[in-house]
Design a protein around this ligand. Structure first.
Ligand SMILES: [Fe+2]
Length: 301
């Protein structure tokens, strides 16, 4: 009886048409203008247009009203203002300025297992049709003080800490290795969203399809992460964030203590155990962090 998953992400993007086209091609279903659904998770991405990109809201699902009350009490004891109704709450994480909404949401059905081969040419296993992401797995937000922001999610929302990688806490609700990640950045920004697909084959096929005719979308992949052991392929979306296709057969962590107690500076895990060479020296640094920073500091977005 806890918060158990990321339900959705709400963003503002500068070029809505182009960004919508990108996420349609990523395989999400656009159910109405700027609203995108996955196969299992329903509507999980909401985009609207603004002059500058913005992470507006992370929506988190909990089991029942008692969870909402517990989370509300914990956030208030951290000194965070909470807007409450019986079935939901909303609070602004003070470092990043990102709103986190928690409401009662159904758990997702178990993902379909890979099918056994039934044809000689493996058309049943090897993707030859558009990839359809199963669900939004994790959201990665850059912010100016990851330690302070972490308290909101660990102490307030009740997430667990799985690992630190490149200075950022990787936090989980239950059995995924991470659902929300904070990375050090000079301003609040969306680093990436990660969309779970059905196999490593779909990661490779989806990535290949996305960059065909669009080499500018390619960021990094195919590869395999250290922490979480996810297979990954990162693509650049038109609004300055990355979208990751991922798959892992190791996502089912036990619903209990992790292997160790991670702390900043410990467990210096490699970002990738292996990966195809990246075109850029630092393939996962968002454009916004390469350009001169005009606004820095907590609250500036
Ligand atoms: Fe990721």
């Amino acid at each position: 009886m806890v918060a158990h998953r990321v339900v959705s992400l709400t963003r503002k993007v500068p070029d809505l048409d182009k960004t919508c086209r990108f996420y349609r091609q990523l395989g999400l279903e656009e159910t109405s203008r700027g609203t995108f659904a996955t196969v299992l998770g329903g509507e999980q991405l909401f985009l609207s247009e603004a002059e500058r990109p913005e992470v507006v809201e992370i929506h988190v699902g909990a089991d029942d009203a008692r969870d909402i009350a517990d989370i509300s009490g914990r956030l208030e004891s951290l000194g965070v203002a909470v807007e409450r109704s019986a079935a939901s709450l909303a609070a602004v994480e003070p470092v990043s300025g990102v709103r986190v909404r928690v409401s009662v949401a159904e758990r997702l059905p178990k993902e379909p297992p890979p099918s056994a081969p039934t044809s000689a040419d493996r058309t049943d296993l090897v993707r030859r049709e558009p990839v359809r992401p199963l669900r939004l797995g994790h959201v990665v937000v850059g912010c100016t003080d990851v330690e302070r922001a972490k308290d909101f999610f660990i102490e307030g929302i009740g997430m667990r800490l799985s690992d630190y990688v490149i200075g950022g806490p990787f936090m989980r609700f239950e059995t995924d290795h991470h659902n929300i990640v904070l990375l050090p950045a000079p301003m609040t920004l969306l680093h990436h969203t990660a969309w779970k697909v059905g196999s490593v084959d779909e990661v490779g096929y989806g990535g290949t399809q996305m960059i065909e005719g669009h080499p500018e979308r390619h960021a990094w992949g195919l590869g395999r992460h250290g922490a979480s052991a996810n297979y990954f392929w990162y693509l650049k979306d038109p609004a300055g964030a990355f979208a990751e296709y991922y798959y892992s057969e190791m996502d089912d962590l036990a619903d209990g203590p992790y292997f160790w107690d991670p702390a900043p500076g410990t467990g210096d895990l490699p970002v990738a155990v292996w990966a195809s060479p990246a075109l850029e020296e630092q393939p996962l640094v968002p454009e916004a962090m390469r350009a001169p920073i005009l606004a820095t500091g907590p609250g500036d977005r």
